[in-house]
Design a protein around this ligand. Structure first.
Ligand SMILES: [Zn+2]
Length: 350
């Protein structure tokens, strides 16, 4: 995670410091370090408003400028970015730290992400520890407005019902420390996410409440129509068992009445042992589980081998907007997932 953060090309130059005297190398290195420190200082410590000739309003919560530039809202995930764009409309520019084909449990952050965070007026986090990795980058950006706990930093998990919360005694060996954080894959939760964003934006900008509410209603109306269709397509497969790689799909399977019967990871974030894989293959054969769902960012080697040996179909499907080509918005992404799962279960006949 974060291996790219502030890796400077100065330190990767093939000429540096080979075949030079130690004295010259040290002098050049010192010079490069000074330049790097200067660049990072300019990046992080310049007053935020200087970058675009803009300044905070009296509440410190909005940009104002003669050119009428929009505020910037940053989200962790591309799903929240899409939903936030629907709610905020033309009021704000919305960007996400993660692409849809990245594992939200930890992404590599670049200096451009720090600049994005530095410019942001509002931040929407997934919560439950899933995107805590973003906290240190927010702090590096020096933008106190969106620090964890600040009034412009919203944790969306607090607006939805979370499943698989840890039992008393702790979560054990898992990266799902506070419950399952993949809640946006239940389409009813997408409506709650839109409501959370609408409520949060309205609290900061009450004069725009009607606009945000209109955006939320339009998104929810489109979502409701899509959900009816998704339910119709998935209804014949209620009660069917499937296997998954990670517990990304639990909200999805619960919503559509599927049974998440086998998981390649023995615990979230824990790689499978050969014995676990062998048991899993036996289970798939014994219980006639014909479909394995896998996220696009996990190595496909193990799930492919399991699928081949168990006679199951492996589906690599997006878990976020943009996770695969053509999954360009939340409803479109869920469309792709539902279509693919329904087709595989229909074909599998197991
Ligand atoms: Zn997870």
């Amino acid at each position: 995670m974060a291996r790219n953060f502030l890796i400077c090309p100065f330190f990767r130059s093939p000429q540096f410091p080979a075949r030079k005297s130690a004295r010259i190398s040290i002098r050049r290195a010192s010079s490069r370090v000074r330049i790097l420190i200067l660049l990072v200082s300019l990046l992080v410590f310049l007053p935020v408003g200087c970058r675009c000739g803009k300044s905070r309003d009296a509440q410190g919560g909005a940009w104002s400028s003669a050119s009428g530039d929009k505020i910037l809202i940053v989200t962790t995930s591309s799903d929240f970015r899409d939903i936030c764009r629907r709610v905020a409309g033309d009021f704000a520019e919305v960007e996400s730290l993660a692409r849809g084909d990245q594992d939200l449990h930890g992404i590599e952050v670049s200096p451009s992400h720090i600049l994005m965070l530095k410019r942001a007026t509002i931040y929407f986090s997934i919560g439950l520890g899933m995107d805590d990795w973003a906290h240190k980058f927010i702090r590096t950006s020096g933008n106190a407005l969106i620090e964890p706990g600040a009034k412009n930093h919203f944790v969306v998990a607090s607006f939805v019902d979370i499943i698989e919360k840890p039992a008393p005694g702790g979560p054990g060996r898992t990266i799902h420390l506070q419950g399952n954080p993949h809640y946006w894959l239940n389409p009813e939760n997408a409506a709650k996410i839109a409501a959370a964003i609408c409520q949060s934006l309205s609290a900061l900008y009450p004069a725009r409440r009607a606009d945000f509410e209109k955006g939320r209603e339009e998104f929810t109306r489109a979502l409701d129509g899509a959900v009816k269709e998704w339910k119709r397509k998935m209804r014949p497969f209620a009660g069917r068992k499937i296997a998954t790689y990670h517990k990304s799909w639990t909200y999805f399977t619960d919503f559509f009445g599927l049974i998440e019967a086998a998981i390649i990871e023995p615990q979230p974030g824990i790689p499978p042992s050969p014995a676990h894989i062998s048991d899993l293959i036996d289970q798939l054969k014994r219980e006639k589980i014909g479909v394995i769902l896998c996220e696009p960012f996990y190595p496909v080697k193990v799930p492919r081998m399991v699928a081949e040996q168990a006679g199951a179909e492996l589906l690599v499907l997006p878990t976020s907007v943009g996770g695969i080509q053509g999954a360009d918005d939340y409803i479109g992404t869920m469309d792709r997932i539902v279509e693919s799962v329904a087709a595989a279960l229909r074909k599998g006949g197991k």
